[in-house]
Design a binder for this molecule. Structure first.
Ligand code: FE
Length: 204
């Protein structure tokens, strides 16, 4: 999935536009949080990525290719640029994406027993994740649905799994709205989770 694209000259990666207005997720995820999280944090990862790509020998690579092969700071900034783009798509204004449906709903039922079981498992992973990272609903290469945490910038793209939905559990994702109450943030995330996006990823 090509979420972060090069500019027309092919010289640098562009910060993708947010898929909704800054206030669209409020009050669950506030405008101020998005102003900082998207406008400052995500932008900084993309800017740093563009600096690091220069002279790396990977100027012509896609972001996904860089993520699969890079190490150190180049990997960290490339993966964070991609993960955040995926995270914005993983949310939508409350009430617009309701619950999982279609084949994904069937897979959730057969894997976890119910959508409520998945919610509890995801919440447990996201709240118990020690330190910075991400909680993912993903499909493994064997076709199994899993809930997994990754550390720091790490992403399922590295292991060949297909991410369906992600929740950013770095403190910068929730400190403005919820201070240290990560569980309240994870519940807010769940209430705006974009199940149409997850279904689309599940079909690919
Ligand atoms: Fe973040």
């Amino acid at each position: 999935m090509r979420l972060v694209k090069k500019d027309q000259a092919g010289a640098s990666f562009e910060l993708p536009p947010l898929p909704y207005p800054m206030e669209a997720l409020a009050p669950r995820i506030s405008r101020e949080t998005l102003q900082f999280h998207y406008g400052k944090h995500h932008k900084a990862y993309v800017d740093k990525l563009n600096q690091l790509v220069q002279g790396s020998g990977q100027q012509d690579a896609t972001l996904e290719e860089i993520i699969r092969s890079a190490t150190g700071a180049l990997f960290n900034n490339a993966a964070q640029a991609w993960n955040h783009s995926f995270y914005w798509q993983s949310m939508a204004p409350a009430g617009t994406t309701s619950a999982p449906g279609g084949e994904l709903a069937k897979a959730i039922e057969s894997t976890f027993g119910s959508q409520e079981n998945l919610r509890q498992l995801f919440r447990k992973h996201a709240t118990e994740k020690f330190g910075s990272g991400w909680t993912w609903l993903a499909r493994t290469r064997d076709g199994l649905l899993v809930v997994r945490n990754t550390n720091d910038a790490d992403t399922p793209l590295r292991t060949g799994d297909t991410p369906l939905l992600t929740c950013d559990v770095w403190e910068h994702a929730y400190y403005i709205d919820h201070r240290n109450d990560r569980a309240a943030y994870v519940d807010a995330f769940w209430s705006v989770a974009n199940w149409r996006f997850a279904e689309e990823n599940f079909r690919t």
